[in-house]
Design a protein around this ligand. Structure first.
Ligand code: SF4
Length: 399
């Protein structure tokens, strides 16, 4: 059974927090060089369920699997970061060769935007590089796939709670994964500036506190959490977070009220908002705090109302666009026309055009309908009770 590309979900929430220091050196003169492979540690369960490393969240997962299928840390993180494929990647960058897996950054630059490459080159000015890993400035970690929610656009690679659903749908059922904080012991963590926690749900993970405790000086850390806001940090965890140089939060949400509750199954919109408020008031070292609303086939008709609600409540939000089975890329023409009737905006139009451009795919559309039916049976719900407009449209089109 094909494993889903679990990395894609995080492309849009990736950022270099302290970009902005202008840097020019001999390396930045070539348009392939990126400082990330010398200073970034990305730990995730990419080694078939056990801990692996990869260049960054933007790097094409399929390409990384092709060039470095054995990316595990069984012989230590240092060895994994200095494997032959990693060395070749750095050699090619120094030689100015374009890297196939870096296409996401090149596309952003071609569109006239900053890319993670240009941001990381501005953040970290490196000199006298060899093909070896240098030292760690920036860590991204998925501590485990433990989560307390069952979001419909997610899968068991990110949430252990979705195993039953994935089995029911005949999808890949991911094993429980976790990253041992002791893996960090071999590293010099004294130069780390940023740590980014992604899901599962990092604030739920039993590894969260031990991981934080590995850092000799948390006051130099900028911490970023991508959290579902079901947990408000407390105790020693809160104390370390409160002592960090700065905190940044991305609060996941999927539209407002019942639209969120249906897609982000197990959550309650009003609780997300009140917990987010509690998190915000727990710390005085927050640099930025934003919501991230993920729109998919299931809730896109709620886009305009969601943007308006967050604006009316003076809450910062940006949008994430569902990929995979719940992406609009395979929707029929009528779906796009219906959505644009009340949600016309450059962002929504761009989602329909996106990298692959929408093209009706009956098989994938049928999989979307199956997902609604199967999960309604599993959870004892009815689409019409949560998104009556979508239910009416499906009915109108004989579905
Ligand atoms: S160029 Fe982009 S995709 Fe490639 S390593 Fe750098 S940040 Fe990652």
């Amino acid at each position: 059974m094909a494993r889903r590309d679990y990395r894609r979900r995080y492309h849009l929430v990736c950022c270099i927090l302290s970009a902005g220091r202008v840097a020019q050196n001999k390396y930045t003169m070539n348009n392939s060089y990126c400082s990330i492979p010398w200073v970034h540690l990305r730990l995730d369960p990419s080694n078939e369920g056990s801990t692996g490393v990869s260049p960054c969240c933007k790097f094409y997962y399929e390409e990384w699997q092709r060039i470095n299928p054995d990316n595990g840390v069984q012989n230590g993180i240092g060895n994994a970061l200095n494997s032959a494929p990693f060395q070749q990647l750095r050699r090619d960058m120094l030689a100015g060769k374009r890297i196939k897996g870096c296409q996401n950054c090149y596309s952003d630059e071609a569109a006239g935007s900053e890319s993670m490459r240009t941001q990381s080159n501005a953040a970290w000015k490196l000199n006298d590089l060899s093909t070896d890993y240098l030292h760690t400035k920036f860590i991204e970690v998925s501590l485990d796939n433990t989560c307390n929610l069952e979001c419909k656009m997610c899968d068991s690679s990110f949430s252990s709670k979705l195993r039953k659903r994935d089995e029911l749908l005949g999808l890949y059922v991911a094993p429980n994964t976790s990253i041992d904080p002791d893996l960090l012991d071999e590293l010099d963590l004294s130069q780390v500036e940023q740590v980014k926690f992604v899901g599962g749900e990092p604030l739920l993970s039993k590894h969260h506190l031990p991981f934080l405790q590995k850092f000799p000086d948390p006051t130099q850390l900028s911490l970023l959490y991508n959290t579902n806001a079901t947990i408000v940090p407390s105790g020693p965890t809160r104390d370390i977070m409160a002592g960090a140089k700065e905190l940044n939060f991305i609060i996941s949400c999927d539209g407002i009220y019942k639209y969120n509750d249906y897609q982000r199954w197990g959550s309650d919109f009003e609780t997300i908002i009140s917990n987010a408020d509690a998190i915000r008031h727990s710390f005085d070292n927050i640099k930025w705090f934003t919501f991230l609303n993920t729109f998919t086939l299931l809730n896109l008709n709620n886009y305009a109302d969601t943007v308006q609600w967050f604006g009316d409540n003076n809450l910062s939000t940006f949008s994430n666009w569902g990929e995979g089975p719940l992406s609009v890329e395979h929707a029929p023409d009528w779906y796009e026309e219906w959505i644009l009737e009340t949600n016309d905006s450059p962002e929504v139009r761009e989602y329909f055009q996106s990298r692959t451009q929408r093209k009706y795919n009956p098989e994938r559309w049928a999989a979307f309908i199956d997902l609604i039916k199967a999960t309604d049976r599993l959870y004892g719900t009815r689409l019409e009770d949560y998104n009556p407009e979508l239910a009416a449209q499906l009915n109108k089109h004989g579905i």
